[in-house]
Each structure stands twice: as C-alpha cells, then as structure tokens.
Design a protein around this ligand. Structure first.
Ligand SMILES: Cc1cc2nc3c(=O)[nH]c(=O)nc-3n(C[C@H](O)[C@H](O)[C@H](O)COP(=O)(O)O)c2cc1C
Length: 174
C-alpha cells in the first residue's frame, strides 16, 4: 500500500483528469486497491452490473489508445482499466450506465487518495466506438464497453479548480 492516503474531502476537490504520465510503474497492489474501490460502489438493487478489464502492458494500453478518438492520456499511462456494464445483471434497462459511473468515480477517488492520477474516457454512448471495443475484445452480447480509466503517476499537476457555483444548488424549490 502507498503511504499517501488522503482524506475524502481533499480527494474529491483535488481529483483532476491527467493526460500525461511519468514512466513510474504502478504497484499491482495499488491497482488492486483501486479496483476494489470500484467493487464497493452503490448500484441499483445492489446488482453490481460491472466488469473491469485491466490492461497493464505497453502494447495493451497502446492498442486501446488507437481505438479511442480522445485517449491522449493513454500515450503515457502505464495502466488502463476498461469498465464494462452487464445488461444481464443490471436492475432494469438503463441502470448499468448509472452503476458503472458510480464505480468509476469510486476508482478515480481511491486512486487520488493513494497518490495516483486518472482520466475517465467515455465509450458509451458512442455506438461506433462501443461496437469496435465489443468486436475487438469479443465481448459477450450482454457485456457493454462503457468507459476507460487511465491510471498512473501524473507528469503534470493541475490545481484544485473553482467550482463552487452556488447557482447550481436549490433549496426546497427550483
Ligand atoms: C462521461 C465522461 C467522458 C469523458 N471522456 C473523456 C475523453 O474521452 N477523453 C478525455 O481526455 N477526457 C474525458 N473526460 C474527462 C473530462 O474532460 C473532465 O472530467 C472534465 O474536463 C473536467 O476536468 P477534471 O476531471 O480535471 O475535473 C470524460 C469525463 C466524463 C465524466
């Protein structure tokens, strides 16, 4: 385990999408910890309709990069997690997307708490991109490629953004 374990609120405010990574490899125990955080996400009726496919070789990550139009972070990230939704497990149609998003955010925050950086790259709802991932990895019909997560040590540090827009918050009425 890493010595860096930040508190939850700082982790939420500090997490940024990082698109350039150092060569430093990620200890497999840390990858495991990030994946476990995904498994602990809430899901509709606790159906946990997700699968995480880990790519941790240069060739594997490069192959994924070439399949996604906005995956510049995978040019340097040492690890990529493909998150897939399972329509055979979800509570009802439309739930796997919500459940997978909760799992992804858990992983992004866990990674940040452990001193790692991430970038979420959507696959769903782009039908063409989904189709390409499904075909390339021979995914079963019920398993839908949903998103990618780049994981590694950032080569750049982005500041905590200002997003405290009070106009987005409503009390007791619209
Ligand atoms: C559903 C979703 C899809 C995204 N897709 C991409 C993507 O394809 N490529 C990318 O570099 N970033 C992608 N992002 C990251 C966003 O660009 C990023 O979260 C946003 O600009 C806010 O910046 P921050 O994450 O640093 O707070 C995606 C984020 C979400 C939630």
């Amino acid at each position: 385990m890493s010595e860096v374990i930040k508190n939850t609120i700082d982790t939420i405010y500090d997490r940024r999408s990082i698109r350039k990574y150092t060569d430093k490899p990620v200890n497999p125990d840390l990858v495991q910890e990030v994946l476990r955080a995904g498994l602990y996400a809430p899901s509709g009726m606790n159906k946990q309709p997700w699968h995480f496919v880990v790519f941790d070789t240069k060739e594997g990550v490069q192959k994924i990069k070439e399949m996604h139009p906005y995956a510049s972070s995978l040019a340097t990230a040492p690890v990529c997690i493909m998150v897939c939704g399972d329509t055979a497990l979800e509570m009802a149609p439309g739930f796997y997307q919500v459940d997978c998003s909760a799992a992804i955010e858990n992983m992004l925050l866990a990674a940040n708490a452990l001193g790692l950086d991430t970038c979420w790259m959507g696959i769903y709802p782009w039908e063409e991109v989904m189709e390409n991932f499904s075909k390339t990895f021979s995914l079963p019909e019920n398993v839908k490629p949903f998103a990618l997560i780049a994981l590694g040590y950032g080569a750049v540090k982005l500041e905590r953004p200002k997003r405290n827009d009070e106009s987005k918050i409503h009390y007791n009425k619209w």
